[in-house]
Design a protein around this ligand. Structure first.
Ligand code: GTP
Ligand code: MG
Length: 402
């Protein structure tokens, strides 16, 4: 097995470092192919993640107790240590081809730091070679968390054209699915499952393009995978495995139904018509590949990506010596933020309305609601003085914040 791209993961805050740690824990035969830099304010949370040779921890000293969901403080903590972090990026990520900033949206540390971290990568050799992995909070996580997440999403949404792809991890979606299959497990198990799912998926997509023998005329290679990740907008992945014996190339339902259902593992609620690029990679055993990958079958699969706004949609087929299943990996890129964001916004608005129905809350509403609005208003946000000393660069995706 080989990998296409050498990933680096810059984890911020507890959720972000947990995801980055899971991703860099992926093992191949005799080594760990990926690297991580783990940044947090909370010392205990950082210490809990097992030390590994391919990962470096950066404790934001002065904020050891965490920043208790205060995104301004989270940003301040990151900026206070920005020279050190920039040096770490240089020394640890010098050989990385693509870096993902990982952040659990909603807390103080990761959410506060995420924009400055993206800006840092952009200005330190990774312009056009970084993406974001962002978790969306669950609907019941409370208004502070939802507000924090939405505030940052507003800025990210504005800067989206200048950023690489955004992998949204929809905790609500993944939680509901996990609850169905594991009703007796604890929340910690769910988080681990979640992070492991992200890690495995990113790794599998990275090896499928590099490890198998291409069968068709088209080979989706490393440079094309990189191009896909460099595309601005959200990117969503799918993977399905169908026993080869169950696939009848002349009966599209036998494979198209499971393929369609598998799109959007980490987050769904996208309009696939809005994707500007897609890629489909399929593997099967050398013997069955001949029977399965007929022109009829490929035509059917092509329909999936044959939408008006699609700029490119390579379909690649491979033979995998060890396969007993047809495996289909899908990737849709250039998408707007998923529908869950609308739901999160509505949850905040509904929360405000509930307060107003309570008499005591009504009395306080003038103050509370105003503060709430101020925080959520993008113009007010953009007026906030950001870092003064930072070098002015025209191509900074967050230049509008200056
Ligand atoms: N998928 C996933 N989401 C997580 C995980 N840990 C936290 N989250 C999500 O991330 C959000 C932010 O939480 P944290 O990452 O703990 O926050 P933080 O950045 O450490 O910020 P503070 O603790 O406030 O300084 C939470 O509200 C969860 O929705 C994780 O391991 N996996
Ligand atoms: Mg924390």
């Amino acid at each position: 097995m080989r990998i296409s791209l050498k990933y680096g993961f810059l984890g911020l805050g507890m959720g972000g470092t947990s995801i980055a740690h899971a991703c860099a824990s992926v093992r191949m035969k005799d080594h760990h192919p990926y690297k991580a830099i783990l940044v947090n304010t909370n010392e205990i949370d950082l210490r809990k993640l097992p030390n590994m040779a391919n990962m470096t921890k950066k404790m934001l000293r002065g904020y050891e107790k965490g920043v208790a969901r205060d995104i301004d403080k989270g940003q301040e903590a990151f900026l206070e240590h920005k020279e050190d972090i920039a040096k770490l990026i240089e020394s640890e990520f010098f050989d990385r081809e693509l870096v993902f900033v990982c952040c659990g949206l909603g807390g103080g540390t990761g959410t506060g730091a995420v924009i400055e971290a993206a800006r840092m990568l952009h200005q330190n050799g990774f312009a056009g070679r970084f993406g974001l992995i962002l978790t969306l909070p669950r609907l019941n996580e409370g208004r502070t968390v939802l507000n924090n997440a939405l505030q940052r999403l507003q800025i990210i949404q504005k800067a989206m054209k200048g950023l690489g792809s955004i992998i949204v991890v929809d905790n609500e979606k993944l939680y509901r699915e996990y609850l169905q299959t594991h009703p007796d497990k604890a929340i910690g198990d769910f988080m681990r499952h979640c992070n492991h799912t992200v890690a495995r998926l990113l790794h599998e997509i990275n090896i499928v393009t590099a490890s198998f023998n291409p069968l068709g005329t088209y080979h989706f290679d490393s440079s094309e995978l990189l191009k896909m990740f460099q595309r601005s907008g959200c990117i969503t992945f799918g993977k399905c495995e169908i026993p080869e014996t169950a696939v009848n190339p002349n009966m599209p339902d036998s494979y198209m139904l499971p393929i369609r259902q598998s799109i959007g593992i980490l987050s769904d609620g996208y309009d696939p018509e809005k994707a500007t690029a897609a890629a489909i990679s399929m593997t099967a055993s050398p013997k069955e590949a001949k029977r399965i990958f007929t022109m009829t079958m490929l035509d059917e699969v092509t329909k999936l990506v044959n939408t008006p706004g699609m700029e490119e949609a390579p379909i690649a087929i491979y033979a995998d010596d060890y396969a007993s299943h047809l495996a289909v990996y899908t990737l849709f890129a250039g998408l707007p933020l998923p529908k869950r964001v609308v739901e999160l916004t509505e949850a905040v608005v509904t929360g405000q309305r509930d307060d107003a129905e309570d008499e005591a809350a009504l009395a306080l509403a003038g103050y509370a609601a105003k503060k709430q609005e101020e925080k959520a208003d993008l113009d007010t946000l953009l007026d906030e003085p950001m870092e003064k000393k930072k070098p002015k660069k025209n191509d900074d995706p967050f230049a509008f914040l200056n």
